[in-house]
Design a protein around this ligand. Structure first.
Ligand code: GAL
Length: 660
């Protein structure tokens, strides 16, 4: 009897101690703020307990809350529930102090399912109550993403946030790093000719093209109807000479080895337009920044040749900033007179022989890129070209360069604040005219971060490609956003006219601001597949900017898949159309010259998702053969719709060929 009374009392005490309990039983609840929030990843600042991300009171719709967590958009928190949790409760919103501008979406994902989705939450509008059933869930993911307008002002308050559980208490954790998995088979022994099929050049100028080709070496190259003035080296596949008279010259090139042969038609289009397909290459910036040397550039060219990158189509070996002298620099070998008495630009002591450097690159059949700024100084404080535009361009041509990146940097000193479009165009017009008058082809890459809608006039001023945004290297967590903004400019994509969302920064990449040794890219493996797919679908210039001396098999598998590169290099030059599926997923469709379509299914979500694209949305009719481009496998036929399970942050990339 006494025991029974004790039991009843204990239960009563428990029940009262538990108030406000949800349902009878040994329940407990834990405030979100008392969990270990070092596992909370967010796009700005660090999480705060009982205040907003910037230290203000938690305040939604005029009401102040004393408990909760202040975080910031692109927030992800993983919580192990051990199937012991019952409910997640909170009031979620954008803090009242967010300048009237913040907007976010808050979601709860439980074991791969959406348990709660807030829709768009805006500042000043109060919060939305979350009361989600967690029964039987093992892993909970709490996300707060921007609502399509960037993360600025997205101060997310999770007021009175708590988890009710019974049994093992919940605990936050960080997801184990995703393991890279190589999807693409190694190149086979048979010859396969890759890369650009259409090559732009200007009549009478020096011509150089190495036929990119995988397969067992030795290999013998032949060409039918090669225009006069050009010769093909049968063992290297390098075509050299003088660009033919204006017109389209169709050349059939064949590569043959002990296993077999492959032939393709190359179109050499001699005329005014260069870069008829997006330029491909390597740029030193995110590998060596202000430590770049002649030796590192030569080595990069050798690696491009040796590793198969050149066989996949990579061609330009490009120096970025810091090859000139600077008025001041921590490295004395980079300090010296900016110009000689004749006004000629002087390379610094790490570049003793510019002509020798381009000869080294050209001997491999590759091309050389150089960098300067229209301003007095470059972004890193080295000599710019202001007042010496023609002299410098002629010097670059005399040295043998084939590509010029022209980076705005200090040119604002000339324009002052808020330059109009004419002022923005001017320096590029000047350089475009100078390059058009040279006796050497030099591709012009405009780098001014998209100011004045450069995509609308970049080609008119003589450019072949233009950066559409700032430096992606400092925002590698924003690859998807940067890509989607770049894709908005698809109308301006076409032969000789390319939107450039910046480099491919995978493998080992460095922080150009802080220096130090390059580190493994922060881009997770599945997202690297997405990165390369996005760039190819958008017909973007493909410049790798990581450490060439630390290329691993996974990085090479991302960079060198010829079927993916074929999408980028398609002669139509179309940038894919974006078809949103929902807030976190979308499809990109690109029409190819041969009537096929390249289609990427993209999943930005934290969980794997099944994505379905209706046939009509893809603009398709009838049955199509489907090829998985990353795995290089035929995966059947379909008359629509298509559904694929796409990994978190990753892609399924297919090419559809009509069967009728
Ligand atoms: C930035 C440019 C980068 C890199 C850097 C060199 O303006 O966007 O790609 O060239 O300058 O200082």
């Amino acid at each position: 009897m006494f025991h029974r009374m004790c039991l009843v009392l204990t239960v009563l005490v428990c029940l009262f101690a538990e108030a406000p309990a949800i349902s009878p039983g040994a329940q407990d609840s834990v405030w979100l703020g008392s969990l270990d929030l070092t596992h909370l990843r967010q796009g700005w600042g660090t999480p705060r307990v009982d205040s907003s991300v910037d230290g203000k009171p938690l305040r939604l719709g005029g009401v102040t809350y004393h408990r909760g967590v202040g975080t910031h958009a692109r927030a992800v928190l993983r919580i192990a529930l051990h199937e012991s949790a019952l409910r997640f409760r909170a009031l979620a919103g954008v803090n009242d102090s967010s300048n009237g501008a913040g907007s976010v979406r808050v979601r709860l994902l439980g074991d791969g399912r959406v348990l709660f989705a807030s829709g768009v939450l805006r500042t000043g509008r109060g919060g939305v109550a979350i009361d989600a059933d967690l029964t039987g869930i093992d892993t909970l993911i709490l996300t707060a993403t921007d609502a399509g307008d960037g993360i600025d002002h997205d101060h997310v308050d999770l007021c009175d946030a708590r988890i009710v559980y019974s049994g093992t208490p919940p605990g936050t954790f960080t997801q184990a790093p995703e393991q890279p998995s190589i999807l693409t088979p190694a190149p086979g022994p048979l010859p396969r000719i890759n890369g650009a099929r259409v090559i732009g050049c200007r009549p009478g100028h020096p011509f150089l093209h190495r036929i990119p080709c995988t397969g067992e070496r030795p290999m013998t190259f032949t060409a039918r109807t090669l225009p006069a003035g050009l010769t093909l080296d049968p063992s290297t596949g390098i075509i050299r000479g003088t660009a033919p008279a204006a017109g389209t010259h169709r050349v059939t090139v064949t590569a043959k080895n002990a296993r077999g042969s492959a032939s393709v038609e190359l179109r050499i289009v001699s005329g005014a337009t260069l870069a008829l397909t997006p330029p491909m290459g390597w740029n030193h910036w995110y590998a060596h920044y202000n430590r770049v040397t002649d030796a590192l550039m030569r080595e990069a060219a050798d690696v491009m040749h040796r590793t198969g990158m050149a066989d996949a189509g990579y061609q330009y070996v490009s120096i970025d900033d810091c090859w000139m002298n600077a008025p001041r620099h921590s490295d004395p070998l980079r300090v010296g007179p900016l110009r000689d008495p004749g006004g000629n630009i002087l390379p610094n002591k790490h570049f003793p022989d510019m002509r020798g450097l381009t000869e080294h690159i050209h001997a491999l059949g590759l091309k050389a890129g150089i960098y300067t700024s229209p301003g007095r100084l470059t972004c890193a404080g080295f000599a710019g070209t202001l007042g010496h535009e023609e002299q410098d361009a002629k010097q670059f041509a005399a040295w043998g360069f084939d590509f010029l990146k022209y980076d705005w940097c200090s040119y604002s000193e000339v324009t002052g604040g808020n330059p109009d479009r004419a002022a923005l165009r001017k320096p590029y017009e000047v350089m475009g005219n100078v390059l058009a008058g040279l006796d050497r082809d030099m591709v012009l890459n405009l780098c001014q971060y998209g100011m004045g809608n450069v995509w609308e006039w970049g080609a008119a001023v003589g450019g072949q490609c233009w950066r559409t945004a700032g430096d992606l290297g400092f925002e590698l967590d924003r690859i998807y956003e940067v890509a989607l903004q770049n894709a908005d400019h698809r109308a301006w994509s076409g032969p000789g006219s390319w939107n450039d969302p910046d480099y491919i920064q995978i493998g080992y990449v460095g922080n150009a601001m802080t220096g130090g040794e390059p580190q493994p890219t922060p881009v997770p493996p599945q997202m690297q597949y997405a990165y390369m797919s996005l760039w190819s679908l958008m017909a973007s210039p493909l410049f790798f900017s990581g450490d060439m001396n630390r290329l691993d098999p996974f990085t090479l598998n991302i960079l060198c898949n010829p079927e993916v590169i074929e999408v980028d290099q398609d002669p139509l030059g179309q940038s894919a159309a974006v078809i949103p599926l929902d807030d976190e997923t979308f499809v990109m469709v690109k029409e190819m010259e041969d009537g096929s379509k390249a289609v990427g299914f993209f999943n930005r979500d934290e969980i794997d998702r099944d994505l379905t694209a209706p046939w009509s949305a893809l603009g398709l009719q009838g049955r199509h053969a489907i090829r998985d481009l990353w795995r290089q496998q035929d995966i059947g036929t379909s008359a629509g719709p298509l559904t694929y399970r796409v990994p978190s942050r990753g892609v399924m990339f297919v090419r559809l060929r009509p069967l009728h």
